[in-house]
Design a protein around this ligand. Structure first.
Ligand code: ADP
Ligand code: MG
Ligand code: MG
Length: 204
């Protein structure tokens, strides 16, 4: 289903989206956090794409491992280790593979979501990036390779949007309690951009 070339396209699209929406992500984090999410992620993805330029001979596992370690090193904050862990778990799932089938791809996303959960100890509805990752993993697991990526994109958008009415239970936003209601979670929004980039790649 996804080859090294398509995977690289996905990550480059994601990078573009993060750079385009850097200020939006920062403003969202200003509302319910410390206002660095856009800057953090933009810096991390900049470092990631620089590493991708030397991808010759690397398989999906090796690429994900490199992306994960780079995000952990460069993003910082809460989201760096969480995004980093997700990619490191994907690396284990896709170890040594030049391409993966649809079920293998889904296993990687599930492993990533579970990694975020294991590391951050958040649950569904806690108003974090997990509110995008977990439902997406479940959605993909119920589908097959004939899945409509347009529908996936719509689904991920709805999940991201649903964080608006949630009260934050994890991360900095949790300090605000009920005052976090009415704002989208920055990590859920950046995860939406990551997966919107995936959907865009798969539709090509
Ligand atoms: P920091 O809060 O350290 O400044 P960022 O601003 O980069 O880090 O990232 C904030 C995002 O991280 C939140 O919007 C949320 O989605 C995510 N996050 C924070 N804590 C957790 C957690 N325990 N589990 C999952 N996601 C989390
Ligand atoms: Mg922050
Ligand atoms: Mg911070």
């Amino acid at each position: 289903m996804i080859s090294v070339e398509q995977f690289l396209k996905w990550i480059r699209f994601a990078h573009e989206k993060i750079q385009q929406h850097k200020n939006e992500l920062t403003e969202l984090d200003q509302a319910i956090g410390d206002g660095d999410h856009g800057v953090n992620l933009a810096r991390g993805f900049e470092a990631v794409v620089q590493k991708l330029d030397a991808h010759e001979g690397k398989d999906l596992g090796a690429l994900c491992q490199e992306i994960g370690m780079t995000l952990i090193a460069k993003v910082g904050g809460a989201s760096g280790p969480l995004y980093g862990t997700a990619f490191v778990r994907m690396a284990t799932a896709w170890k040594g593979k030049q391409s993966v089938t649809y079920p293998e791809f889904v296993q990687g996303i599930e492993a990533g979501a579970n990694g975020i959960q294991a590391r951050g100890k958040a649950g569904l509805g806690d108003k974090t990036m997990l509110d995008v990752w977990l439902p997406l993993a479940d959605y993909l697991a119920r589908e097959t390779e004939t899945v409509s990526w347009k529908e996936v994109e719509r689904f991920v958008y709805q999940q991201m949007k649903s964080t608006e009415s949630m009260e934050a239970k994890k991360g900095r936003a949790a300090f605000l309690g009920a005052r976090s209601i009415g704002h989208r979670d920055p990590g859920a929004v950046s995860s939406y951009y990551l997966f919107a980039a995936l959907c865009q790649t798969m539709e090509m």
